[in-house]
Ligand binder design. Structure first.
Ligand code: SF4
Ligand code: SF4
Ligand code: SF4
Length: 341
């Protein structure tokens, strides 16, 4: 068992107390709006050849974050309280989102202006500006970071799947038999952990690009400050005489798709269903007064959860003094894709 000195423990507790005080009256992200410093990705769909290299890269670099469930799963009371979600025997599935596959390629062939056009669309979390998944998570497990990433913390998530229910695209995917609920009341509370793209937050912290951006042979994606990406996306759409998705959806996202064909045509043509999100226009979920009110009630709980998480991490870090200190984050480089000229 890891040992921790009293001095180290007090140092950690003081640091955490500061953090908890700072987050004593947190605001839901919907009340803050887009913060400066948010990063956004721009995807030029006219370039995507659907090779799937990004999907493989995502699976490879994030493999250690994937769930390793304990079986048999605890019996639930009542028995059908929450449906078991088990993808552990389907880890090779790449044609939809799962807890083991955070990115997949959606394809569609449509007729536009008299021509047949095939389009491939890399799909994953949109990293919304006002993410209902984070604002309405009752346990503060899903959180939006200042750089615009929305992350679900597997250490805190109980698997109630509120985030999936309120996500307009139903993005997060649950795996049963893993996470905090197993140590609490496995029969009565939660049923696993929810997983989704975390925008390679740990790579960004080291000044590296998300893996799906770096691997792409066609330079489909780039990442940069939100305002800069909006400007580029608009210019690209103008040059292409194309269409833009993600700017206004759900009150704004940090994922911008530019396509040579309209998104309503693509939405009709793509396969939709579990783990296969639509491409419809989406209203701002957090713009609804009832959701905003719920978020204001839940925000202090999320703040406490963040404090508890930071405390657990501080204790863990102080208990392992030999671990190398993390590198200071650098401004991420833009990817290869520079839009069409
Ligand atoms: S985004 Fe790039 S890596 Fe991914 S499928 Fe398209 S071309 Fe391939
Ligand atoms: S797309 Fe869904 S899961 Fe991703 S940030 Fe938005 S609401 Fe959350
Ligand atoms: S940003 Fe990272 S986690 Fe998200 S789809 Fe790309 S490789 Fe996967």
């Amino acid at each position: 068992m890891k040992k921790i000195s009293r001095r180290g423990f007090l140092k950690g507790a003081a640091a955490t107390a500061g953090l908890m005080a700072a987050s004593a009256i947190p605001l839901p992200s919907s009340a803050r709006g887009a913060q400066t410093g948010e990063l956004a990705t721009l995807l030029d769909l006219s370039k995507c050849i659907g090779c799937g290299a990004c999907v493989e890269a995502c699976r490879e670099v994030n493999a250690e974050k994937f769930p390793e469930p304990k079986k048999p799963f605890p019996k639930m009371v009542p028995e059908k309280r929450v449906k078991v979600a088990d993808f552990s025997g389907k880890r090779d599935v790449t044609d939809r989102l799962t807890p083991y596959n955070w990115l997949y390629i959606q394809s569609a062939t449509v007729v536009h202006d008299g021509s047949e056009v095939a389009v491939n669309i890399p799909r994953r979390c949109m990293h919304c500006v006002n993410p209902p998944c984070a604002d309405l998570c009752p346990f503060g497990a899903a959180r939006k970071l200042p750089n615009g990433i929305t992350r679900i913390h597997p250490e805190v998530c109980l698997g109630g799947a509120k985030c999936k229910d309120v996500c307009p695209w139903g993005i997060p995917e649950r795996q049963t038999g893993v996470g905090l609920y197993l140590s609490l009341m496995p029969a009565y509370a939660g049923n696993g952990v929810l997983y989704k793209c975390d925008r390679c937050y740990n790579r960004l912290e080291k000044g590296e690009n998300p893996a799906c951006i770096d691997i792409c042979p066609e330079g489909v994606q780039e990442i940069g400050p939100r305002e800069e990406m909006i400007k580029k996306a608009k210019e690209l759409a103008l040059q292409m005489k194309g269409y833009f998705y993600g700017l206004d959806e759900n009150g704004g996202t940090n994922t911008f798709y530019v396509s040579p064909v309209p998104f309503d045509l693509l939405n009709k043509a793509v396969e939709k269903g579990p783990g296969k999100p639509h491409l419809k226009k989406v209203e701002d979920a957090m713009g609804k007064s009832e959701n905003m009110a719920k978020a204001m009630i839940l925000a202090p709980i999320a703040g406490l959860a963040a404090g508890a998480l930071a405390f657990a991490r501080t204790v863990d870090r102080l208990a392992a003094p030999t671990e190398a200190a993390p590198k200071a984050p650098e401004k991420p480089e833009t990817g290869k894709g520079e839009g069409r000229s």
